[in-house]
Ligand binder design. Structure first.
Ligand code: ATP
Length: 514
């Protein structure tokens, strides 16, 4: 269950640091805004999420193959894609707090507040009318709800027009008309809105050789587009087919707050699905459903996901929606699903002068495919898993524990091997068990402190199972297995551990749920 509370985010951030999941980048120099490093447990969780995505995309779909394109690309790539001209965010400053914001995000937050008000009205009415309550009818007829809805529609329309026509004066007027106050200073003393390009640039080659300005890719998708024909031809791919890629992307975000939700260096897991023109909406719906199922299989709660249609479409998009997740800061974008038409391939064809067309042997025809894209942020996935997993529990004996209820298939360590004492041959026996398991599972060996303290530490990093080796183990080859979530303990034969771990921790079993 996602827990909606600013304090939860703070707790998750400090827990992530204390237990080796996420550190601020170059912390000894006071960090670097919007950049983070993943520690010993973070990297394992991240790799498991990647594997879950990669295997779903490339193993469970025989028409999807992978790619690992370079971060640097020819600078014309970004001209063709529209990023040089149009990858901007509207920024606005509050003169009193000196804080900078994205004007479109301020407006979207104001819209969310109006949506919340509607939800509250519906909840109130549902309580009042009991079982006979018809929410659709209520939303369609209640005057107060209608008024909020009208304002939401008007605001969305104005936002769409201002962004679409690059009209930053209207954007500012919208902020003023909505009477948006800076959450820090509480004032409405705003500067004008200015467009800001999000791409990082650098130079390639030495100055003497006439340096060229190149960009750090702001999305991984373009590496897929420019390789479309390479993969199609060498892989003998037939449309429809997809290319999947996991990789770093860089955006000079105006504000990089909320921990790893909005970073300047982050990782995307993207898949471009190439289809016959005219079939794109069918595949758009197909991927919306598939991707939602992939998320739901993780068990973080159906109520914590929702689709959100884009009204303000990106320059390339024909239809687009987000899968939003209920983060500790509320519902926010986790994944984007976009119908990108033939915009990208067409633009690359035009600027490069190289044909990027598919020859359809059935119709004996060449065409530029349409593209449906699924794009999920790996770091946002990480945050959704971590924030939902973080639980503070009061135990029966009055003590407290912090436990990360991470799905065992994603947990950094699957099992901790704990010799009760550091003598009498217990460590040797524990090592034997570990040596047998370590080829299949990530194991954690710990022989310091009391067993209670060791259990707590394993709870805090989300290890689903602890195996304790004691004197009885030496006699009858049994161990105590302790379950993270229930804290229940069972006495089991050593030879049964492997199967137990396989059943609980296998990504395959997770994939079978989809
Ligand atoms: P937002 O509206 O939040 O800025 P976006 O719509 O620009 O996101 P896309 O370009 O659709 O994002 O990128 C696809 C995915 O990449 C997003 O759904 C998100 O999970 C992830 N992502 C985008 N920007 C960032 C970022 N700055 N930090 C972390 N993840 C990001």
């Amino acid at each position: 269950m996602a827990q909606q509370d600013d304090n939860i985010l703070k707790k998750v951030v400090s827990h992530a640091k204390e237990y080796g999941f996420v550190f601020p980048s170059s912390e000894i120099y006071d960090g670097l805004g919007g950049v983070y490093d993943y520690g010993q447990n973070g990297v394992e969780l991240k790799n498991n999420i990647k594997e879950y995505w990669w295997r779903f995309m490339t193993c469970l779909h025989d028409n999807i193959v992978g790619l690992d394109a370079a971060i640097f690309m020819h600078p014309d790539t970004w001209k063709a894609s529209g990023h040089v001209d149009a990858f901007n965010d509207p920024m606005i400053d509050n003169r009193d707090s000196k804080k900078r914001y994205r004007a479109d995000v301020l407006v979207e937050d104001a819209i969310s507040k109006m949506e919340d008000k509607i939800e509250k009205e519906v909840e109130k009415a549902a309580k009042r009318f009991g079982e006979s309550f018809d929410s659709t009818m209520f939303i369609a007829t209640n005057p107060r709800v209608q008024e909020y809805q009208k304002k939401i529609n008007e605001t969305n329309e104005r936002l769409k027009n201002a962004m679409g026509s690059n009209d930053m004066a209207s954007m500012k007027q919208l902020v003023l008309d909505l009477e948006i106050a800076d959450p820090v200073s509480g004032t409405k003393n705003w500067t004008d809105v200015r467009q800001f390009n999000l791409m990082f640039s650098t130079e390639m080659g030495s100055i003497a050789e006439e340096a060229n300005k190149i960009y750090l890719r702001p999305e991984t998708a373009q590496g897929i587009f420019v390789n479309f024909l390479n993969v199609q031809k060498t892989g003998r791919m037939k449309i429809p087919f997809g290319i999947a890629q996991i990789g770093k992307a860089f955006r000079n975000e105006i504000i990089a707050r909320q921990f790893i939700f909005r970073m300047r260096e982050f990782e995307q897991m993207e898949m471009q699905f190439f289809v016959k023109p005219g079939e794109e909406m069918k595949w758009y719906e197909f991927w919306k459903e598939k991707r939602m199922k992939w998320h739901l299989a993780l068990g973080l709660g159906k109520e914590n996901y929702r689709f959100h249609d884009h009204l303000n479409l990106a320059h390339y998009a024909k239809a687009a929606c987000d899968i939003q997740f209920n983060f500790p800061m509320g519902f926010k974008e986790l994944e984007g699903i976009h119908s990108r038409s033939d915009f990208d391939l067409k633009s690359h064809e035009k600027l490069s002068g190289k044909k990027l067309q598919y020859f359809d042997p059935e119709d004996n025809q060449n065409f530029i495919p349409y593209v449906v894209e699924t794009s999920v942020g790996l770091d946002r996935m990480f945050l959704s898993v971590l924030a939902s997993a973080y639980v503070e529990e009061k135990l029966e004996d009055g003590s407290e524990r912090v436990v990360l209820r991470i799905h065992p298939a994603l947990a950094p360590n699957k099992v901790a091997i704990l010799p009760l004492m550091k003598k009498d041959g217990l460590p040797e026996k524990a090592e034997m068990i570990m040596n047998n398991l370590k080829f299949n599972f990530r194991c954690y060996y710990e022989d310091k402190d009391t067993i209670g303290k060791r259990y707590r530490r394993m709870d805090a990093i989300g290890t689903p199972f602890c195996v304790t080796v004691d004197h009885q183990t030496l006699q009858d080859d049994t161990v105590t297995i302790r379950y993270r979530d229930t804290m229940k303990q069972d006495r089991v034969k050593i030879e049964t551990i492997k199967e137990l771990l396989e059943n609980a921790c296998s990504i395959n079993n997770l994939l079978r749920l989809i």
